[in-house]
Design a binder for this molecule. Structure first.
Ligand SMILES: Nc1ncnc2c1ncn2[C@@H]1O[C@H](COP(=O)(O)OP(=O)(O)OP(=O)(O)O)[C@@H](O)[C@H]1O
Ligand SMILES: [Mg+2]
Length: 340
């Protein structure tokens, strides 16, 4: 066992979304795992350790399985401060090679959970989330836990704005003045929510910011319903549906069926809702300098969101924009005294 007491805490940007948990590390690595876990033991004994695909964790005396399990739905109100969230985050930290390390983290909440419409912060959910991730999680077996010693929470889409305005060059962080001074909208298409944030003069315009409860998990739900109907099935595994959305094929009774048309129509429905809300929130965006699209949904729906605005851009590795911004916020904005 290594003596970890002399090793400095690892700074991480931790975007623990409803669909994927993304981790950005100071050495530039980015790690993502599906936000997929359930209560109870895996019921599987692994013959070869290297092939283990389900991992067990305990928190607040409840045992969870994380990994290749049919995940319990994460889209419930209390998810961000739940044990389910904690074990998924712990597993992501393990996958990022942080076992046994002390971790300093910045994570996020959807803008509408973070702020009231009048711009006030909602203290309760922010506190709950901040405290939840600091509770211990023990990996079952001989793995060491990664312990979050410092944890700050910021609005998710604002993290992407930090990613946009803080530019790292030759190991130094610079504020890009030309990006800082102009009004910009961030559209974050995620699993459960699509977040809108407009930033002007380094402040959030709350009237044009908010969250729509619609994202890639809705695509998954529509596809699940369609498959159940077409093949007259009573229930359907969550991993099977995820595979169907990604590869447009579903394997039933050992045979592959093409579900491309179903997946396309599900995407169309979701895109239409997101486009309508984008228009409602941002209008034609004439006073904005740029509309920046981020989030995994931006990748999954790329061909459907071209040409919404003449001045739209897609962030680099859009699914990781928030996590990168959270890491930059931790390293360059959080006061050193806070993290000490
Ligand atoms: N590289 C990729 N290629 C294709 N699709 C992707 C990719 N990355 C993510 N996705 C899709 O985008 C969806 C949303 O991913 P994302 O990580 O943004 O969600 P999330 O942050 O977990 O959700 P929320 O923000 O609502 O909590 C995923 O369900 C997945 O279907
Ligand atoms: Mg997200």
């Amino acid at each position: 066992m290594t003596d970890t007491s002399s090793i400095a805490p690892a700074p991480v940007g931790l975007d623990d979304g409803y669909a994927y948990t993304k981790v950005a590390l100071a050495d530039g690595r980015m790690v993502a795992i599906p936000s997929r876990a359930r209560v109870g033991s895996s019921g599987v004994t692994w013959v070869h350790r290297g092939q283990q695909r389900i991992f067990e964790y305990e928190t607040e005396e409840i045992l969870y399985s994380v990994g290749a399990v049919d995940g319990a739905p994460t889209h419930f109100e209390g998810y961000p401060a739940s044990g389910l969230n904690r074990v998924i985050v712990q597993h992501a930290l393990q996958e990022a090679g942080l076992a046994g390390r002390s971790v300093h983290a910045v994570s996020g909440l959807p803008a509408s959970t973070f702020y009231r419409k009048n711009g006030e912060q909602r203290r309760k959910p922010i506190e709950q989330k901040r405290n939840s991730l600091k509770l211990p999680v023990n990996p079952i077996g001989d793995r060491l836990s990664a312990a979050i010693a410092f944890h700050e929470v910021i609005p998710e889409a604002l993290a992407a704005w930090y990613d946009h305005v803080i530019v790292e060059q030759d190991g130094k962080a610079l504020l890009d003045e030309s990006r800082l001074s102009v009004p910009i909208a961030i559209v974050d298409i995620g699993g459960r929510t699509t977040d809108f944030v407009v930033v002007k003069d380094q402040g959030i315009l709350h009237g044009s910011s908010g969250s729509l409860q619609c994202g890639m998990l809705d695509v998954k739900q529509i596809v699940a319903n369609g498959i159940q109907e077409r093949f007259d099935l009573e229930s359907l595994g969550e991993q099977l549906v995820a595979h169907a959305v990604e590869f447009k094929v579903v394997r039933l009774h050992g045979k592959d069926y093409d579900v491309g048309a179903l997946v396309e129509s599900a995407k169309q429905q979701v895109v239409e809702r997101i486009r309508d809300e984008t228009r409602r929130q941002l209008g034609l965006g004439v006073e904005l300098d740029r509309i920046l699209f981020v989030g995994g949904g931006t990748v999954a729906l790329a061909e459907h969101i071209t040409n919404w605005f003449p001045h739209q851009t897609i962030a680099e590795h859009p699914a990781f924009a928030n996590a990168r911004g959270m890491l930059k916020y931790l390293r360059y904005v959080c006061e050193a005294s806070d993290a000490a």
